[in-house]
Design a protein around this ligand. Sequence first.
Ligand code: GRF
Length: 215
Amino acid sequence: MARLKVGVLISGRGSNLQALLDAAADPAFPAEIVLVVSNVPNVAGLGRAKKAGVATATVNHRDYKSRVDFDNAVTKTLERSDVEFVCLAGFMRLVTQEFVEHWHNRMINIHPALLPLFPGLDTHQRALDEGCKLHGCTVHFVRHEMDSGPIIGQAAVPVLPEDTENSLASRVLTAEHKLYPECLKLIAEKNITITGNSLTFKQASQTTEEIICNP
Ligand code: GRF
């Protein structure tokens, strides 16, 4: 079966991108990363893509008059490379309704919290401030409202009494790197049916269950 052609949008360090690149390096993985697009020039993530032999593009939001113009340029760039599916991986731009609709059910995001808790920024500090005993990450289809949309997978990690924002972020990040490729795999192997905002999993893989319950 042909592998799903994926474009990854980044703005920075790209450690989740790296997890996707590493997974897709296995020819048996059902998706391939065909393009990495950054809205910020020269970020570390672009270097990771180049090292993996994956094409890159920079679409600098500062070069566009409006969000719509910028988003259209991103879509054109992705489509020139025949991208079928988009993964947001630390992409720090709010996208327009048009962009979300264009990529409807063809775009996913990873968020460093157990949604619907803590959408937005500073998720780790907020989890600490609230005294959460569990925290984690979520991979979800993108809908217009920020950090919302049908949830594909979540990984939970404990919050320890001695945690700082950094130690908690690093524990969550390790879980993110397992969860994101696994969720992309479920989609690429057509394991998920989407009806409106609800998802049905044809068969949850053993690995998914392990990640979700025991990151
Ligand atoms: C990750 O924590 C991700 O959940 C969030 O932004 C961060 C990106 O990190 N959306 P990286 O660029 O993938 O290292």
